[in-house]
Ligand binder design. Sequence first.
Ligand code: GLU
Length: 431
Amino acid sequence: MADDPFENMLAQMDRAEEYADVDHGVFERLKHPERTLKVTLPVELESGEVEVFEGYRCQFDSARGPFKGGVRFHPTVTQREVEALAGWMTWKTALVDLPYGGAKGGVICEPKDLTERDLERLTRRYTEGIRRMIGPEIDVPAPDMNTNPQTMAWMMDTYSMYEGYSVPQVVTGKPLEIGGTPGRVEATGRGVSLVTERLFEYLDRDLSDTTIAIQGFGNVGSNAARLLDEGGANVVATSDVSGAAYDPNGLDVAALGAHVDAGGLVEEYVAGEIRGGASTADSRWDDPDQITNAELLTLDVDVLIPAAVEGVITADNVDDLRASAVVEAANGPTTVAADKALTERDIQVVPDILANAGGVIVSYLEWVQNAQEFSWPLETVNAELERRIGSAFDKTVEQYDTKELPDLRTAAYTLALERTAKAHEYRGLFP
Ligand code: GLU
């Protein structure tokens, strides 16, 4: 099934194989995760009821270093999805040249229906469930969809209680007070904004004349929107589960950000029920229109940034897309059938493993600081993020141009697969 995320990841690998300098035997090996643990998580909720949740941790490949990847809490989590996401982490860490392999975790739950205490208990129970397979040198979780610095603090505490001493390095994306790094929360959004700027430099186009639609206004989408807006681009549409806001003249990103930070929905913002101290009266812009998430994807804009879930650009809507470039802030937003259509239509796609790598790059910087027991200022973190994601972008376009590859995703995959395969070849097969 083309919309299965794992099949999608395998098909992306297959598309790149013909151009990658990788032994076929090693390539076949790279299609299988090393292991996946499934855990049953009974939790006594604040209501007094016991609910049994299910969670996973997939460790996809460790040839290049310890496993690395986030943990998501979402009702649609499946084992296959977690395995696909762990594969994407493997190609992402290889592409941006971090000394890591790839992993991912997930718990099937609807966080909106859980209290803070329920979430804490669920997180602690999940951490206990996977604690034998994680560790600072083994596998280092981080935030993903619906998880955040508080979730990481609970994971770090649970792991540390069993060890008998504090182990900040077991997770990244922690609050600053317990070993987090400045710049981690906005890192993925900052990376998205940096690669969008690079893409425009590469295309010889000016970002200040550009209209951008961003699907999703969570941690990644909102930070990307804010930074692109500050960089002079014109963010004309964004969305959340309640729907999308669209103003062809540009949205007041700061006011919308304050509203969402205060717990508001995009739909309420459009209706003028604005939280967070901003009001339509003092907003610089006109009232936006309410459109659907599906309509946002086909707006006539320069750049489309899917920053929500997988599989949103599909064979069904790809012909209606009007953007001239797509920057994949979400993991796996484009199905393989849609990807081929975008390549044929010459729509440049900055692939997820490059576009959203800012998060794991700054996770690595956090992990390094924890190992050094030394903390860096924000400027150092941001400069290092820019250097690393910029260099990965440059290497990807160089590969694309010199090898005349069909698209940037194929270029990114050939680099990632070759690097991971080389590590396998040097290490050899055990025993
Ligand atoms: N969840 C993020 C991603 O998909 C970050 C992972 C990490 O920092 O380890 O890249």
